[in-house]
Write a protein that binds this ligand. Structure first.
Ligand SMILES: *Cc1c(COP(=O)(O)O)cnc(C)c1O
Length: 425
């Protein structure tokens, strides 16, 4: 199956006909728990010696189909579905970090990830340095003996920034540290970070993978390549675990130690499991991922080109434009495409931004991306309104900035709506 092309994998990978009922579509296994054959079977399951189902906080066949599909698309060894994208990030870091440890992260990240890593992780005594990852030397300079992971977004939300994944992977590996890539905005249809050296990929499947804005979800994908035992820096993986009678995950599970620890320790004990209904909705959405991404990218390029020539628009930041500073990296990592999300600046500043989002009719004014519908937000009056203007500007969300997630409607209707709204601004 993994030999197939991405368009085929998006439909077929992970989802064979149901073995019991022969249902062609993966059923929603809406059950909390699973019956044991006998006491020995139960013991084998709990000892992680036999594969099988125990309880839906740990595993569920509908979620398992989604995990198989995304692992195949990303070229990973295995995957784990979680309740949300943030839950995926939390479980991935929880598996790698001890109190006092440190993350080097790109400073151009989804705002929620800046909060999670910069503020909430501090309560666990996990620390972070945010660097301008456009120059991989900045990543290298920020790595300390306590650093346990480097974290970037392949295509950063919201600004149309593309990161040099291979160069950053080299820097991380030279320091004995894995590279984690959030591939939410690019999706495996544009970029497969594992092919460029990433060790772990995370997603908010809430966005383009699901694609229809109807449920939350996340996933962790393990490349299955990193040597967790070599440095002794990952004791959760390479030291005896007291909650499994002293089992050492790297010895028991080899190259799957990380992803199995995310499930059997992290998900078991912290609990952010995906609802099977949400896995089903995401499986359904993913069947059209290839078609949707093609249309999303074509529409975004057309809208960005049109906006760039509009007299009320100051600038457009979209890596799909041939003259964009990030276009060479988009050619290397994203097949020359720029995804569906980008920002632009209005000459009229804050007031014009507020008027624009009030005047759109086809675009929905809301805080999400990756829907079939075109979405728009003015960060300075919404997601970033708590920040001082200087900090808004630092985050690429100054008073004149508007972010769009371009949908898959007809491009003429998208442009017509933007034209009438700009008229009103
Ligand atoms: C939305 C998003 C997240 C968080 O995902 P949730 O599913 O909302 O928890 C993380 N990273 C990126 C790039 C996102 O766009």
């Amino acid at each position: 199956m993994t030999a197939h092309r991405p368009e085929t994998l998006a439909i077929h990978a992970g989802t064979a006909p149901d073995p019991t009922t022969k249902a062609r579509i993966t059923p929603i296994y809406q059950t909390s728990s699973y019956v044991f054959d006998d006491v020995d079977h139960a013991a084998g399951l709990f000892n992680l010696e036999v594969a099988g189902n125990i309880y839906t906080r740990l595993m569920n066949p509908t979620n398992g189909a989604l995990e198989g599909k995304i692992a195949a698309l990303e070229g990973g060894a295995a995957a784990l579905a979680t309740a949300s994208g943030h839950a995926a990030q939390f479980l991935a870091f929880h598996t790698l970090m001890e109190p006092g440890c440190h993350i080097v992260a790109a400073k151009r990240l989804y705002g929620g990830s800046l909060n999670q890593i910069g503020h909430s992780f501090r309560k666990m005594d996990w620390h972070a340095s945010f660097v301008d990852a456009d120059d991989p030397a900045n990543v290298a300079a920020a790595i300390t003996p306590q650093t346990r992971a480097v974290f970037i977004e392949s295509l950063a939300n919201p600004g149309g920034v593309v990161q040099d994944i291979a160069a950053i992977a080299d820097v991380a590996h030279a320091a004995g540290v894995p590279l984690i890539v959030d591939n939410t905005m690019a999706t495996p249809l544009l970029c497969r970070p594992i092919d460029h050296g990433a060790d772990i990929v995370v997603h908010s499947v809430t966005k383009f993978l699901n694609g229809h804005g109807n449920s939350l979800g996340g996933v962790i994908v393990d490349a299955g390549r990193f040597d967790w035992a070599a440095s002794g820096n990952y004791p959760y993986l390479s030291q005896p675990n007291p909650s499994y009678h002293g089992k050492v995950f790297t010895e028991a599970f080899g190259n799957l130690a990380f992803i199995l620890a995310c499930r059997a320790l992290g998900l078991r004990d912290l609990g952010p499991a995906m609802a099977p209904m949400n896995a089903f909705l995401t499986l359904t959405g993913m069947e059209t991922l290839a078609l949707r991404m093609e249309r999303h990218c074509a529409n975004a390029l057309a809208l960005a080109t049109w906006l760039k020539a509009h007299p009320k628009v100051d600038w457009v930041s979209y890596a799909g434009l041939a003259d964009d500073p990030y276009h060479p990296l988009a050619r290397r990592y994203l097949g020359g495409k720029g995804g569906a999300v980008f920002t632009f600046g209005l000459k009229g500043g804050y007031e014009a931004g507020v008027k624009l989002v009030s005047a759109v009719k086809l675009f929905s004014h809301l805080a999400n991306i990756g829907d079939t519908r075109s979405l728009i937000i003015h960060p300075s009056s919404t997601t970033h309104r708590q920040l001082a203007v200087a900090d808004q500007e630092q985050a690429g969300a100054g008073p004149n900035v508007v972010r769009v997630s371009v949908g898959i409607e007809h491009i003429d209707d998208i442009i017509a709506d933007m034209a009438q709204a700009l008229e009103a601004a």
